[in-house]
Design a protein around this ligand. Structure first.
Ligand code: FAD
Length: 529
């Protein structure tokens, strides 16, 4: 029996939870918190990260999952954001080719939206704002002959194709947390920062987690609480003199996605222009599905964690996608939905789509250092983390020359495939060669499972499989294609505790399981906690 099953054990644990001492306490286990913890730990700082729920349980698992410059931001003249994001695309693709890959996007031309010359100028800028080695440039296509034209209405005859990247956002967060831990950081999930008292030369924070409350002494605090970043400064962090630490305001903008059974056979994604000037994407998803999103709905700051798709959003996404696909998409087609909340810095734009997606780091060194992260994109997380670690270092008296940046050419956990396939060449080809190598080494592994494990774990696949020499060595098949050995790995190495952690974040197996099969996974995890 463990402490969850035996409340008295939990009480006992409360009284023995030891205090922690570190250089930097990072609050928030989304992409920004985990990216910053990784960067700081790699520079030799002693780091503790706390996340009140599971890693990536909020915005960072609810994105459209694009590594993109953001074509539409060009219309808002956000050239510096687009350039920064475009520059990051290839850096990221090389760092973890198992969870990120290049994706070609097709934009059917609709003269009633933007004229062709305007689209061409936008794509020319998109191609040239940053250097590309891997991603091909844009071009026009004839949708009457191109495979991407087949599922569309026949009135769409011309289109444009351009490149961006795809990322498994929730796994990206976990890989950052694992790398942070490998470099010495302590990562505490299901641990909420409930108080942080600022002194002249340090912070004393109270963390509330599975083992009860514990104190952390930290020289600096990083507020990477995403949609809760403003609330953290207003209600959790306390200055010595009692004045407010909040200087900025967030706008919380919900974005929702729907998942439907696969709408097309080819591997391109679509970007569709809507009459309201917004765009939506339709993206190949998890082999058998299509992901459609997103929306922009401003919400109140009361409870960002409770954001859910509304019927209006479902109708909107179905209607907009049906303007392009020959076969209409109806709400009854929807097999899954998810919603996330963009923590956007309030720049006084009226339209939520127009609020800047760029990030701002706010350093406050009037007493013990505090760094707050405002806004950001998955795409720019590495650069954001690098800038944040520079700032924190400066405030702690050791700048970049003493603790240099290091993530630009570094792999993420499982991303270095060289022991399997030799020196990397192109991330997309490298991954296919890697799958071949996995299938050769584990010839007994079912092909579909080999590919899924290669995608999820990259070079760590041999740690997951361990000494297994046959399918039966993988242990009980808890749900179709999910064996005890993988669950043990997720529990021991990736902080997975519940079926939701496993089925909707570490993987998307939830899409394929019945409620009874999901319950089997929950029961296994409960039993083996
Ligand atoms: C619909 C949508 C689509 C998007 N699409 C893309 C895209 O395609 N490409 C792209 O690059 N970006 C995209 N983004 C943006 C991107 O997802 C976000 O910028 C990013 O995930 C924000 O990460 P974060 O770490 O700041 O926030 P979060 O992921 O929300 O992490 C903050 C964490 O802090 C924790 N926390 C809060 N308070 C406390 C506390 N007191 N103690 C402990 N923990 C606490 C929360 O539980 C949370 O997990 C999209 C966003 C949305 C909403």
């Amino acid at each position: 029996m463990n402490e969850y099953e035996n409340p008295q054990a939990a009480v006992a644990a409360t009284s023995i939870a030891p205090d922690l001492d570190c250089d930097v306490l990072v609050v928030g286990g989304g992409i920004n918190g985990c990216g910053i913890a990784r960067d700081l730990a790699g520079r030799g700082w002693r780091v503790v990260l706390c996340e009140k729920d599971d890693l990536a349980s909020h915005t960072s698992s609810s994105s459209t999952k694009l590594i993109h410059g953001g074509l539409r931001y060009l219309e808002y003249y956000e050239f510096s954001l687009v350039r920064k994001a475009l520059q990051e695309r290839e850096v990221l693709l090389k760092s973890a080719p198992h969870i990120m890959w290049p994706l070609r996007f097709v934009m059917p031309h609709d003269p009633s939206m933007r004229p062709a010359w305007m689209v061409r100028i936008g794509l020319f800028m998109y191609d040239h704002l940053a250097r590309r080695e891997v991603l091909p440039g844009s071009r026009g296509v004839d949708l009457r002959t191109h495979a991407a034209g087949a599922p569309l209405k026949k009135s769409y005859r011309r289109g444009f194709v351009y490149s961006d990247g795809w990322v498994d956002d929730a796994r990206l967060v976990v890989l950052n947390a694992m790398d942070a831990r490998a470099k010495g950081a302590q990562v505490l999930t299901r641990t909420r920062c409930v108080g942080a008292q600022r002194g002249a030369d340090g912070w004393t924070a109270t963390l509330d987690g599975p083992q009860g409350e514990r104190k952390v002494r930290a020289r600096a605090v990083v507020n990477a609480a995403g949609p809760w970043a403003e609330a953290f400064l207003r209600g959790v962090a306390q200055s010595a003199k009692g004045e407010t630490l909040a200087t900025k305001s967030l706008r919380l903008v919900k974005g929702s996605h729907i998942v439907v059974p696969r709408l097309f056979e080819h591997d391109h994604a679509y970007i569709f222009q809507n009459p309201d000037k917004r765009i939506i994407f339709a993206i190949p998803y998890q082999q058998d599905f299509t992901l459609i999103g997103t929306t922009d709905v401003e919400i109140s700051k009361d409870d960002p964690g409770a954001a859910k798709i509304s019927q209006d959003e479902i109708d909107y996404l179905c209607t907009q996608a049906s303007r392009y696909f020959e076969k209409p998409i109806v709400p009854a087609d929807v097999v899954w939905t998810y919603s996330g909340v963009r923590p956007l810095l309030d720049d006084a734009s009226g339209d939520p789509s127009a609020v800047t997606r760029d990030y701002l780091l706010e350093a406050n060194a009037t007493a013990a250092p505090l760094l707050s992260v405002w806004g950001g994109k998955i795409t720019t997380f590495r650069k954001l983390a690098e800038d944040a670690a520079d700032e924190v270092g400066k405030m702690l008296g050791q700048d970049r020359s003493q603790r240099p940046a290091w993530t630009g050419g570094a792999f993420l956990t499982g991303g270095d495939l060289s022991t399997w396939i030799g020196a990397p060449k192109r991330p997309d080809d490298d991954f296919e060669r890697f799958v071949g190598a996995v299938q050769t080494r584990y010839s007994w592994l079912e092909a579909r499972l080999a590919r899924r494990l290669a995608r999820a774990y990259g070079a760590r696949v041999d740690t997951v499989l361990g000494d297994a020499q046959s399918m039966s060595d993988l242990g009980e098949e808890v749900a179709p294609g999910l064996h005890a050995r993988e669950l043990q790995y997720l529990r021991n190495e990736e902080w997975a505790v519940s079926a939701e952690d496993v089925l909707w974040r570490r993987s998307k197996l939830g899409l394929r399981y019945t409620p009874a099969q999901r319950e089997q996974v929950e029961a296994w995890l409960r039993h083996h906690a």
